[in-house]
Ligand binder design. Structure first.
Ligand SMILES: Nc1ncnc2c1ncn2[C@@H]1O[C@H](COP(=O)(O)OP(=O)(O)OP(=O)(O)O)[C@@H](O)[C@H]1O
Length: 309
């Protein structure tokens, strides 16, 4: 037992000449819902495959619940459950029968089936054939199957991908409740920043195979650059005052200004700007200190605009 359920330490994985993961360090603490984000092609799937022992990195190591995947593969993987893409289930069998196949393979007690069905809210549909299930129901049944192993680490690859709005809402509510109800730590990839913001306690940001952020959602929010929103008229005079006061990064939209230079945004300089605007005869109707939203932070950290929200 350890407080870090999954860690990647200096993991480098190359596909031929392409370095898909470049000395990746990630630490997923026990009890977390860890949202793993990155633009397309950043290496998320590759990292997940490494964490599941499906790919072996050229260097670095993967530890699951303290067990090195290379040295104690069986022990390490015994603590992992995963739902990757649409779960492969037998369509002519019922949900319950599908779960029973996995239960027998695991040699787990039959009572675990009802427990898993209840966790994913599928008790009522358990005796219907999987062929009649919606995608959301299949996803939930895949999750139930992963839960049969009572995993300490649950890996979910884009768990809401392809679901309709109601399905997305249900799946998110279900994921949110899982750490407390099962004790599992969740490592989930997503390309939806808003989803991670709503669900995750921790965030990892990957950009071209490199980790650009690994920490709590709160710590990521702290990285959000401050900005000053000003509404003042006459706008031309106000603009001149701002420039003369040494504020760089002034974005103007009619009489509304956004000042984005974090160095300049100190309490003293904001007060001095306010006084200078008044002295120049400007009427200031808004002067607000604010932080950029998470999407802007994400763009800044990843260096471009491929976040699909
Ligand atoms: N089997 C493979 N052989 C060669 N290159 C690969 C292979 N799998 C992935 N890649 C490349 O490795 C890089 C990382 O891919 P990966 O699928 O891990 O990214 P991702 O973050 O999961 O992207 P997406 O969000 O599009 O799924 C990409 O440049 C991709 O083209």
């Amino acid at each position: 037992m350890t407080d870090t359920v999954l860690s990647l330490q200096g993991v480098t994985l190359r596909y031929g000449k392409l370095t898909a993961l470049d000395a990746v360090d990630l630490a997923i603490p026990a009890g977390a819902i860890y949202g793993f984000l990155g633009p397309n092609g950043a290496g998320k799937t590759t990292a997940i495959r490494c964490a599941m022992g499906l790919l072996t990195p050229q260097s670095g190591r993967v530890l699951i619940d303290g067990h090195d995947l290379r040295q104690s593969r069986r022990k390490a993987l015994a603590s992992v459950g995963a739902v990757i893409e649409t779960p492969a289930l037998f369509p002519n069998l019922t949900g319950r029968e599908n779960l029973d196949i996995t239960r027998r393979m695991l040699d787990a007690p039959p009572a675990l089936i009802d427990r898993a069905l209840e966790l994913v809210d599928m008790r009522d549909a358990a005796d219907r054939r999987v062929g009649q299930y919606s995608l959301g129901m299949k996803q939930r049944m895949g999750l139930a199957r992963a839960l049969l192993a009572e995993p300490r680490l649950l890996i979910l690859d884009e768990p809401t991908n392809g679901l309709d709005p109601a399905g997305i809402r249900d799946m998110r509510a279900l994921i949110r409740a899982l750490p407390e109800r099962t004790g599992a730590t969740i490592f989930m990839s997503s390309h939806l920043l808003s989803e991670v913001e709503q669900l995750a306690s921790h965030v990892g940001l990957l950009q071209q195979g490199r980790v650009v952020f690994d920490g709590t959602l709160a710590a990521l929010s702290e990285q959000q650059a401050p900005r000053l929103l000003v509404t003042a008229t006459p706008a031309d005079t106000a603009h001149e005052v701002m420039t003369a006061s040494g504020f760089a990064g002034v974005i103007r939209d009619k009489d509304q200004f956004t000042l984005t230079d974090p160095e300049a945004i100190t309490a003293e300089r904001v007060a001095a700007l306010n006084a200078a605007l008044h002295a120049a005869g400007c009427q200031v109707s808004q002067l607000t200190l604010d932080r950029a939203d998470l999407e802007t932070t994400f763009m800044t950290l990843t260096g471009h605009g491929e976040a699909r929200t």
